[in-house]
Ligand binder design. Structure first.
Ligand code: ATP
Ligand code: MG
Length: 539
């Protein structure tokens, strides 16, 4: 099924309105990209430019010197590239400042723009409301020559911040408030991350964006729905600046995900206040965070395909994103054993010299993935929760005198345990003879299979268990009141040695525990929980 953007493009192509399509992704470098931006990138790149054999441009919308930074430029290029997009040709809106300035002068000369001296408060008070027209400024009809001179003064650094502005002269009575003589240039005495001190006037977004699109020959300028009411202004700017083959703007619904912060401004607040450990904290919905968590480019693209593109805003379930990476890892990730909350288990009917190599299936869902060897000795680790002195009803794991199978190894029977206070510290068990996996002809049936690690060859692993950053609240509370105090739990786990050989970014299924990805940043052995095994994550 095609989406409405594809319908528009297909008819534009077949009617010959455009020869080939050109799209763009225009981030402002004022933060790291998040999953919402992934939706936009997938639509502008894979969903349109690639699909219709057109061109795609990554263009930084760097027209506001106060909030922008080179660190953000670098992170954005990295993230876009990681998603698989060709980033060989990165563009910057600030490279068009000369052209934007010329456009502004052109508008003044045409009597379509004027210099005004209203401050922000006065602009607000004279803008009118949805039911009342705005009030025209006393400077609205100032002679063209005078506006040209004042605009020149603004450009030449003779005017203080906020003292003068350039406004488009459109219609103060327009039912669309965006058309009531919007500001198009303002004075900001601040150095720009690329232009340095060359400029002290900067264009407003609504003026700059259509010009950027027009200069680059963008055919379909796709943005989110909040800009629908700005479209008449977009069209006015490209028309009055006399661009031939002007671009057109189309709006789609932005991505919102339950319990997920989707705004660079708020994400920056989390970083700046230390609520998270940087932009790439694995709990963050940033591309950098998702990547560190263990998400792959293909899982994010799969997610974007599943959510589709529409004109109706809605909130996506968090489970949908998780299911995309879970399905991928279920198919691809090697299996491994790690004990997250370990207690010792001693095999009492084997001595200290006992050592066996066992075959362990790498991935039962991937045909031909084969087996690898794991070791078994008389000292193991098992999960604390897999042994109960007083088992609850229907407990299928190990109890005193009960039996359970050690995954890929033998059936064992618990014959004793040691305690320290009310905590079990060690379980004693016997191997039941003749029950080796694959060669078991004992006829013994056990209800439970537990994972384990050979204590003599195990490695220490820090397992970082993540939960959502935000609590699941009904009321619309401020994010700061919704922070989940338990979004990170650190476990000192024991794992097979094999897991210490993995590279950063490699993911595994820890049997019975979930999917884990080796951290890409930490030197020590850290594994991040990517996603649980089943969709039982919603607590
Ligand atoms: P934020 O509020 O998070 O800073 P933004 O829209 O201000 O987002 P930009 O850098 O201006 O961030 O966005 C670049 C592009 O990404 C824009 O075209 C914008 O429409 C798109 N975009 C931003 N957020 C979303 C989202 N949640 N879903 C889909 N597209 C988005
Ligand atoms: Mg923005």
């Amino acid at each position: 099924m095609s989406n409405f953007i594809e319908d528009i493009i297909e008819s534009d192509l077949s009617e010959g309105k455009v020869k080939s399509i050109v799209t763009r992704f225009p981030p402002e470098p004022n933060g790291y990209l998040h999953i919402g931006h992934v939706k936009s990138i997938c639509l502008n790149y894979y969903g349109t430019a690639v699909k219709y054999g057109g061109k795609f441009k990554l263009r930084f919308d760097d027209t506001n010197p106060a909030k922008e930074d080179d660190e953000f430029v670098r992170s954005i290029v990295d993230d876009v590239k990681w998603l698989g997009v060709d980033t060989s040709n990165v563009l910057f809106a600030s490279d068009y400042f000369d052209k934007m300035y010329e456009c502004a002068v052109k508008l003044i000369k045409k009597g379509k723009a004027y210099v005004d001296d209203m401050n922000a408060e006065e602009i607000r008070l004279t803008r009118g409301t949805l039911t009342e027209p705005g009030v025209e400024s006393k400077n609205r009809n100032r002679p063209i020559e005078e506006s040209l001179k004042l605009f020149d003064d603004m450009k030449n650094g003779l005017v203080a911040d906020g003292a003068l502005i350039l406004r488009a002269k459109i219609d103060m009575a327009s039912p669309n408030i965006n058309m009531r003589d919007p500001i198009i240039y303002r004075v900001v005495h601040e150095a720009h991350h690329r232009q340095g001190d060359k400029w002290c006037i900067y264009p407003m977004y609504d003026f700059a964006h259509p010009i950027e699109d027009a200069i680059e020959g963008i055919t379909h300028s796709i943005c989110t729905l909040e800009f629908e009411d700005h479209r008449p202004l977009y069209d006015w700017i490209v028309r009055e600046c006399e661009f031939v083959n002007p671009p057109h703007q189309y709006e789609f619904a932005r991505l919102s995900i339950k319990r997920t912060i989707m705004s660079k401004r708020y994400l920056k607040k989390l970083v700046d206040t230390g609520a998270v450990d940087g932009w790439d904290d694995p709990r963050m919905p940033t591309i950098a965070g998702l990547r560190r968590r263990g998400y792959t480019p293909s899982s994010l693209r799969d997610f974007c395909e599943k959510i589709g593109v529409s004109k109706a805003n809605s909130e996506v379930e968090t489970g949908l994103l998780e299911s995309c990476i879970r399905d991928e890892l279920n198919a691809n990730a090697p299996r491994a054993m790690a004990v997250l909350d370990p207690i010792k288990l001693i095999i009492v009917n084997r001595d200290d010299n006992f050592s066996e190599e066992l075959d362990f299936e790498i991935n039962p869902t991937a045909e031909g993935s084969g087996t690898r060897k794991i070791t078994l000795s008389n000292e193991l680790y098992i999960e604390r929760s897999d042994f109960e002195v007083v088992p609850p009803p229907k407990f299928k794991r190990l109890t005193l005198d009960g039996m359970v199978r050690l995954k890929g190894a033998y059936i064992i029977k618990a014959v004793g345990y040691e305690m320290d206070g009310d905590k079990v510290t060690c379980v004693k068990a016997e191997i039941v003879e003749g029950t080796k996996s694959g060669q078991d002809n004992s006829g013994i049936k056990v209800k439970g299979v537990i994972h384990w690690v050979d204590a003599k060859t195990s490695v220490d692993v820090e397992a970082r268990m993540y939960d959502y950053l935000l609590l699941d609240t009904e009321e619309k509370m401020d994010f700061s009141e919704r922070m989940n105090p338990d979004s990170l739990k650190v476990m000192q786990a024991k794992a097979e040695k094999y897991l210490s050989l993995a590279k950063g970014g490699q993911s595994f299924q820890f049997l019975r525990q979930g999917y884990f990805c080796r951290d890409i940043k930490e030197e020590k052995l850290v594994y991040n929980l990517v996603v649980s095994l089943k969709d039982s994550y919603k607590k």
